[in-house]
Design a protein. Structure first.
Length: 287
């Protein structure tokens, strides 16, 4: 009876997760053209990626830059807003909900389309700049501004991280701040010596999750900029998509997906390694 109840989840795990996971690993070592039978070529796809595909290195560079900008920016924005909303005042619940709403549409194509319309040459952002006497900006016309545009879209959806920070801030004992104030510590020292250590587990968790999300980014680059201009926003997710569903090179696309997986694994392990002794737990535990 227990197996019957978990059958939907178990079937989903095997068919929609485990099977694609294993088969993609196999396909990454094959020349698989989607409509043809896979032909085993060993490390041929990986060798081609690292030796004769300049587009791959461009997309790898773009993905790294995108991650380095969005993850710290999103974390700092979420923490800053959480600190502002960590107050007891009339209507604070409604205000928190309003700040969280954008995250409900995270990864949404509709939001990406709206973002593109806002930052077009004749979009609302340039109209506002013109109203205050500032020159218009070609947000989607150059590599630098296009990257800023999609980074801002990701940073704008900070709601989920904000909620976790807010929950963590609620758990910080108030007597710690009272003791610190009696010793002459101000709000700045209280933040760095009390708040940050106390919420460090949630901070660490958010960094890991946002890094994984950034390395897998696809929607914003695909919808807002289509990878342009000059492949300036051509992230690895777009490279994978084009190889698989535009050129039907499933084996080659599978190799790219496993490189992304390896990047996520390495970055996650490094974060765990460097967090040792820096993340505070009440029970004194470690990873």
């Amino acid at each position: 009876m227990g197996l019957l109840y978990i059958a939907p989840w178990l079937i989903g795990l095997l068919v929609l997760q485990l099977y694609p996971f294993v088969t993609s690993f196999y396909y990454s070592f094959t020349d698989y053209q989607f409509f043809n039978k896979p032909e085993f070529i060993g490390f041929g796809n990986y060798i081609k990626l690292f030796t004769s595909d300049p587009e791959f290195f461009k997309s790898l560079q773009v993905t790294i830059v995108y991650t380095l900008f969005t993850v710290p920016g999103k974390i700092m924005m979420a923490l800053f807003i959480a600190l502002l909303l960590n107050k007891n005042m009339k209507g604070i619940g409604t205000i928190r909900t309003i700040y969280y709403i954008p995250s409900l549409f995270s990864g949404s194509v509709a939001v990406a389309i709206l973002w593109k319309l806002l930052f077009m040459n004749d979009g609302a952002i340039n109209n506002i700049l013109s109203m205050v006497g500032l020159p218009s900006v070609k947000w989607l016309g150059t590599e630098g501004t296009a990257m800023v545009t999609i980074c801002l879209l990701e940073m704008w959806m900070f709601g989920s991280s904000m909620v976790m920070f807010l929950a963590a801030l609620k758990q910080v004992p108030a007597d710690l701040y009272e003791s610190a104030s009696l010793d002459g510590a101000g709000k700045v020292k209280g933040f760095f010596y009390i708040t940050l250590p106390q919420i460090s587990p949630i901070l660490f968790f958010n960094v890991i999750m946002q890094t994984i999300t950034a390395l897998q980014n696809f929607t914003s680059a695909f919808v807002v900029t289509d990878g342009g201009p000059n492949n300036g926003t051509y992230v690895l997710g777009m490279k994978l998509y084009n190889e698989a569903f535009k050129y039907f090179k499933m084996g080659y696309a599978s190799a790219i997906s496993w490189i992304i997986f390896a990047m996520i694994l390495i970055v996650t392990l490094l974060l765990f390694r460097f967090s040792s002794g820096k993340v505070y737990y009440e029970d004194g535990g470690d990873f």
